[in-house]
Design a protein around this ligand. Structure first.
Ligand code: NAI
Ligand code: BGC
Length: 266
């Protein structure tokens, strides 16, 4: 049976860990050749690239800091050199630097904004230019597909995390404005907004039973998310199965955005 993403090339930023790693694996399983971007530690990316190649797929690991324009340009140049072009871009790289508001340093404010928001700006701008350069292909109805990794915190305020919530709130309008601008060229831009997914970014929220119990009170569906939940959503959003889905945020959150505090009459 033909795989959903056969003969397509997908580039995933921040693929050395967590959601990026899981999304890269899912896109490769769906038949895409994958470019695994890592920031500084090539180990997990190189290992995943080897596994994908041994399973008959195609993968390459490429270093780049997504907040640096020259490194993002190099990431796309190297992807083009390896695979001839890119069809799917997942702007996933992100981080948290949490602190009470009055104690938040300008450094931590700027680091989060420059990675989570400017990083997606640079990645998506390079993606749009690459789709235009390559032109239409027979592998997909769209000229290109972009998936922005947002968060439930694009809509849920988060005390103690104003830098992070501001970055994801920014992604909401960034994604929609970009989607509106490039849809006439048949470039589809959408977001995935994960709820709590078990990764290193939120280890404190799940690595003890007490923390997990507290977290589960925020999740009506009663379980923490797995990176595979996000991988499956990414495959669908990247494929022609979602060809009419444009400028949408797909919440994959076990109901976290359903105001669970009101479930017992508020
Ligand atoms: P993670 O910490 O496991 O992975 C983050 C990845 O981003 C790492 O591979 C890291 O090296 C990379 N990265 C950080 N700064 C970078 C830079 N300047 N250049 C290139 N890569 C960089 O965390 P996780 O959970 O996998 O996060 C991935 C994305 O998912 C982030 O955008 C995060 O905001 C988002 N997210 C995560 C949720 C969760 O519950 N785990 C929920 C909602 C959104
Ligand atoms: C954050 C996680 C958090 C989740 C749900 C994500 O955006 O990165 O730390 O567990 O939202 O609150």
């Amino acid at each position: 049976m033909e795989k959903l993403l056969a003969n397509q090339v997908a580039l995933i930023t921040g693929a050395s860990s967590g959601i990026g790693y899981g999304v890269a694996k899912a896109l490769a399983d769906a038949g895409a050749a994958v470019v695994l971007n890592y920031h500084s530690h090539s180990g997990p990316d190189e290992k995943l690239a080897d596994e994908i190649e041994q399973a008959g797929g195609s993968a390459v690991a490429i270093q780049a800091d997504v907040s640096d324009p020259a490194q993002v340009a190099n990431l796309f140049d190297a992807s083009r050199a390896r695979f001839g072009g890119v069809d799917i871009v997942v702007a996933n790289a992100g981080l948290q630097k949490d602190s009470p508001f009055a104690d938040m340093t300008l450094h931590d404010w700027q680091l989060v904004l420059s990675t989570n928001l400017t990083g997606q700006f640079l990645t998506c701008q390079a993606a749009v230019k690459e789709f235009r350069r390559r032109g239409p292909t027979s592998v997909s109805k769209a000229l290109g597909k972009i998936i922005c990794m947002s968060s439930v915190h694009e809509v849920i305020p988060w005390a103690g995390h104003v830098n992070y919530a501001a970055s994801k709130g920014g992604i909401q309008m960034f994604m929609k404005s970009l989607a509106q601008e490039v849809a006439p060229e048949r470039i589809r831009v959408n977001s995935i907004a994960p709820g709590a997914i078990r990764t290193p970014i939120n280890r404190d929220a799940w690595d003890s039973q007490a923390a997990l119990d507290k977290l589960l009170r925020l999740i009506p569906y009663g379980r923490i998310g797995a990176v595979e939940d996000i991988g499956k959503a990414a495959v669908w959003l990247a494929s022609d199965e979602s060809d009419y889905v444009v400028g949408t945020t797909l919440f994959v959150d076990g109901g976290m955005t359903l105001y669970p505090g009101f479930s017992d009459n508020g």
